[in-house]
Design a protein around this ligand. Structure first.
Ligand SMILES: Cc1cc2nc3c(=O)[nH]c(=O)nc-3n(C[C@H](O)[C@H](O)[C@H](O)COP(=O)(O)OP(=O)(O)OC[C@H]3O[C@@H](n4cnc5c(N)ncnc54)[C@H](O)[C@@H]3O)c2cc1C
Length: 382
């Protein structure tokens, strides 16, 4: 067993770490306060080739592997979680779905600018009445001649609100084409921004990650060409669940980055904050919190890297992806809570980064399958 990263993986980790420390972290507070997406930072991430590491160069990528992309995601998230989630959705889910299931033409048209980081992609699975039960989709796509007519609403969709978002991949039920149980099959479709009948609805104000847009998407007699179907007819839901497994590894890496930021801030604070004539680090109640944090971060990092490595080997990784997502997101929430506790009253103030980390951590237990759904996936794989 070899735990050594390759030279290239180390290089990507180092570059991402430096970029995160020098460019992202100093801007994170301002991003949260203004709610403005940091377009200049996103452009620099694109220039560094961080948005498409595991994809071949001919499709806009850097020809690297998933381990490298996930290491990069951890480092970027340590600076700010919003940019980690941008990588998760655009690279881990949307680019990958186009790469694995798209036709040559779809890859060239839609994937290349996403992997190059020039455009941003979104995926729309969740609906007002289909959250954890994502297969309960009520959005419909009806084939009329050579056109699909889409109607429905998608809820809480990340990424469509950026000025350079280009498309959303949605799931929709096709009532004309029945499954064995009599229900219409679920297919996935690409809907480019600007398509008539597709509007970006209400913008949700969130408790954290304010510079990361979350919207409702509305489809009203939205007409797209027949060949905007992505992948195999009737397999859309299964396809989407397959790429969501990678999204779960991303959440694992994001959570590790966030927990590492909690740890770094808390260790530094505990060593310089004096009470009772000594640094609070000298109190076991504080230093043991940091010991647990360090140990759990190390464990969670191994979990997401193992899942990424298995993915790079082309082997099934559903269980490992859920382990990584569940363990890391719950670990990050504990780390963020302990980080605020270690900072005392200062930790509750927005001047201190740990207050922002605390709000971000909660989200990771919800998106891409809640903790409860991860336990469901794990128990079904045992
Ligand atoms: C900021 C943000 C960004 C998001 N971005 C996207 C996006 O880009 N694309 C997208 O498609 N979706 C997105 N989502 C949606 C997200 O994936 C869903 O919120 C999540 O899957 C949970 O669905 P729900 O909110 O409807 O909760 P529900 O499914 O209603 O769940 C409510 C509670 O019930 C529990 N529960 C439900 N079913 C079960 C069960 N069978 N067993 C045990 N417990 C259960 C859940 O775990 C949860 O605790 C985003 C959400 C947020 C908050």
């Amino acid at each position: 067993m070899d735990f050594q990263l390759t030279e290239e993986q180390e290089m990507i980790r180092k570059m991402s770490r430096e970029f995160s420390d020098e460019v992202i972290a100093p801007r994170a507070k301002e991003m949260e306060e203004t709610g403005e997406p940091p377009y200049d930072i996103i452009s620099k991430m694109a220039e560094l080739g961080l948005m498409g590491i595991p994809f071949p160069e001919e499709y806009g990528g850097s020809g690297g592997d998933w381990v490298s992309q996930l290491l990069c995601t951890e480092e970027i998230s340590r600076g700010d979680v919003t940019l980690g989630t941008l990588l998760d959705v655009t690279t881990g889910i949307v680019c990958q779905e186009l790469y694995v299931f798209g036709t040559e033409e779809q890859k060239r048209q839609w994937m290349v600018p996403l992997a190059q980081g020039k455009e941003i992609g979104a995926f729309g699975l969740t609906e007002p009445n289909a959250g954890s039960d994502a297969g309960a989709t009520q959005t419909t796509a009806v084939l009329e001649g050579d056109t699909w007519v889409v109607n429905g609403t998608k809820q809480f969709i990340s990424n469509m609100g950026y000025k350079n978002s280009s498309l959303v991949i949605i799931t929709a039920r096709c009532p004309q084409f029945k499954r064995e149980d009599g229900k219409g099959v679920i297919n996935t479709f690409v809907v480019p921004k600007g398509t008539s009948g597709f509007t970006i609805g209400m913008h949700w104000d969130k408790m954290g990650l304010s510079s990361y847009p979350t919207n409702e998407l509305v489809f009203q007699d939205c007409r797209i060409p027949r060949d905007y179907l992505l992948g195999r007819d009737g397999r859309g839901f299964a396809q989407h669940l397959q790429v969501l497994e990678t999204g779960r590894i991303f959440i694992g890496a994001i959570a590790v980055g966030l927990a590492q930021a909690c740890f770094d801030a808390s260790l530094a604070y505990a060593k310089q904050r004096y009470q009772f004539g000594q640094p609070i680090y000298s109190f076991q109640a504080v230093s043991f919190k940091l010991a647990d944090m360090a140990m759990n971060i190390a464990l969670a990092r191994l979990m997401y890297l193992k899942a990424a490595w298995i993915k790079d080997e082309g082997l099934p990784h559903s269980l490992e992806a859920s382990y990584a997502k569940l363990f890391s997101s719950e670990m990050a929430e504990r780390a963020a809570s302990d980080a605020v506790q270690i900072h005392g009253g200062y930790g509750y103030m927005t001047d201190y980064a740990v207050s922002r980390y605390y709000k971000a951590a909660k989200l990771l237990q919800i998106i891409e399958g809640t903790s409860e759904i991860q336990r469901y996936v794990i128990s079904h794989n045992l």
